[in-house]
Design a protein around this ligand. Structure first.
Ligand SMILES: NC(=O)c1ccc[n+]([C@@H]2O[C@H](COP(=O)([O-])OP(=O)(O)OC[C@H]3O[C@@H](n4cnc5c(N)ncnc54)[C@H](OP(=O)(O)O)[C@@H]3O)[C@@H](O)[C@H]2O)c1
Length: 269
């Protein structure tokens, strides 16, 4: 699929992967609708892109139903889309019982409910042939201690992508699930960065992840897992989950220490 002159709504454009992807898409000739909450960051990104006049900033908090409705309205007024990229996301590295109900709700909403609802609203405005790319994660297929809520959201997004893709088979619309591993952006807290260093977990640059996302879009790759050994671990976990249960049980005390977990803590409200 060529991205030249294609209209792309990119959520989370102000973030690390989002802004790197915006640069790649703009170089490929796409017309971008850049969504995020931070208008200053979005305007700064816009000013850096080639052909600034072809792109627009659409600032909105996607957790706010009215701002989401206004975003959909703006897309309609602009005449629709060729590509919809659900990239906005959030996570907390914490044991389940160390998280407030609000933190749990926010993660599930932004990582899962928002992409489902936005897709429902925007489907009639997606031209055929077109693409929906859902930004997943290796943790959407590998349950990892300290990320139970995030894993639930991304695993849900994976199931949604697969089912919707099958629902839309033959329509000209493809639904892609694209799953990076740890990527060096502000998304990861200092504790996560330290944990990855301590365990020797590999991390990628947002620029490389964006390059791979562009390839996935151009080739309409339905499922793409990034990184070695993560893409092997995803398959191993599907076939032999007991292997990963045992490997992660050996790391559990270290992970709990970096997550700041202690069994005596009270559950926050
Ligand atoms: N970094 C990683 O290690 C990693 C690994 C695998 C998958 N991913 C996935 O990749 C995607 C992008 O991650 P990233 O590393 O680029 O994260 P990031 O740098 O933290 O950026 C997150 C983006 O989401 C936007 N966002 C957050 N809350 C929002 C809300 N309520 N409404 C609207 N937008 C909101 C942020 O907008 P503002 O800044 O304007 O508020 C920002 O543009 C996420 O879906 C993440 O799950 C990341």
């Amino acid at each position: 699929m060529t991205l030249n002159n294609q209209t792309v709504l990119l959520t989370g454009a102000s973030g690390g992967i989002g802004s790197a992807l915006a640069h790649r898409l703009a170089l490929a000739g796409a017309r971008l609708l850049l969504q995020g909450r931070d208008r200053t960051r979005l305007n700064r990104l816009l000013a850096e892109l080639p052909h600034t006049e072809r792109h627009r900033v659409l600032a909105a908090d996607l957790l706010n139903p009215e701002e989401r409705r206004a975003l959909v309205q703006q897309v309609r007024q602009l005449g629709g889309l060729d590509v919809l990229i659900h990239n906005a996301g959030t996570s907390r590295f914490a044991w389940l019982t160390d998280q407030s109900a609000a933190a749990v709700t926010e993660q599930l909403a932004l990582n899962l409910t928002v992409p489902v609802l936005l897709t429902r609203e925007l489907l009639p405005w997606l031209r055929r042939p077109g693409v929906i790319l859902n930004m997943g994660s290796a943790y959407g297929a590998i349950g990892y201690p300290g990320y139970s809520v995030y894993c639930a959201g991304k695993a849900g997004l994976r199931g949604f992508s697969e089912a919707l893709g099958r629902e839309l088979a033959g329509s000209g619309l493809a639904v892609l699930y694209f799953a990076p591993r740890a990527t060096r952006t502000e998304f990861n807290s200092p504790a996560t960065v330290e944990l990855n260093a301590a365990l020797g977990n590999h991390t990628d640059s947002p620029e490389w992840v964006a390059e791979q996302a562009l390839i996935a879009l151009q080739r309409r790759q339905k499922r793409r897992w990034l990184g070695w050994p993560e893409c092997l671990l995803v398959r191993l976990n599907a076939l032999f989950p007991g292997l990963l249960d045992r490997a992660l049980a050996r790391q559990q005390a270290t992970i709990a220490r970096f997550a700041g977990h202690s069994p005596d803590k009270e559950i926050p409200s």
